[in-house]
Design a protein around this ligand. Structure first.
Ligand code: ADE
Length: 224
């Protein structure tokens, strides 16, 4: 059974590029994942297929109406799928959530556009999630970030499973610096320890680098 991503979006064509990305493309081809796009405009009932309307109380912009979106959710979401609304007003997305969601049978990602959603939509989803403290034009790019983060944790998507356990955030620390040839690039040389062949010393150096980098770049991350 494929891991299933259901995406509710008014702009399904934005996902064409993601479908062609190498690892995601291969995972689709081998049916490790399925990516179902649903344009909820088709659930609008009026002549003009309206999905947004003016906010009660006044203010700039339009608000996404609850009825077509909730109707779409009711009709397309498979049982067991976690329903996730993407919004800058959500809880922050992180690697722990990506892991948690990779254990499910699938997730449903709901992408907003315009100024926001009618608040009553929140009671029809399981989570409201933000990918960071910045505002995008819509949830599509955020949904793509979540698809990549979750898909790469599924068995068979990444050839080298070791690279999953070694990378940033697997244990709350950022990655150690990596080097490849040449040994001297415009006067910047590779640290001697990496050329020493002493694996215990290399492991020690790498851990120290990870701790130092995490302190410098991300003082907000827990240090234990
Ligand atoms: N939609 C607009 N901005 C967003 C963000 N930062 N995270 C998730 N969805 C969004």
């Amino acid at each position: 059974m494929s891991y299933r991503f259901d995406i509710l979006t008014l702009f399904p064509a934005l996902f064409d590029g993601l479908r062609q990305e190498s690892l995601i493309g291969k995972a689709l081809e081998t049916q490790i994942i399925a990516l179902e796009l649903h344009n909820w405009r088709r659930f609008a009932t009026d002549r003009h297929s309206t999905v947004d309307d003016a906010p009660f109380g006044g203010g700039a912009g339009l608000v996404l109406k609850p009825d077509p979106l909730v109707k779409c959710l009711r009709e397309v979401v498979p049982p067991g799928s976690r329903k996730i609304l993407l919004s800058p007003s959500g809880r922050p997305f992180n690697q722990k959530l990506a892991h948690e969601w990779s254990q499910l049978s699938g997730i449903t990602l709901i992408c907003g556009r315009y100024e926001g959603f009618d608040q009553r939509i929140e009671s029809h989803v399981d989570e409201v999630i933000s990918i960071g403290d910045f505002v995008l034009n819509g949830g599509e790019v955020a949904a793509m970030a979540v698809v990549e983060a979750v898909a790469r944790l599924l068995p068979g998507v990444i050839g080298n499973a070791e690279s999953l356990t070694e990378e940033s955030f697997a244990d709350g620390l950022l990655e150690y610096p990596q080097y490849t040839r040449p040994r001297d690039f415009e006067g910047q040389t590779v640290p001697d320890v990496l050329l020493s062949g002493n694996h215990a010393e290399i492991a020690k150096w790498r851990l120290a680098q990870r701790v130092a980098r995490t302190r410098a770049m991300r003082p907000d991350l827990p240090k234990d």
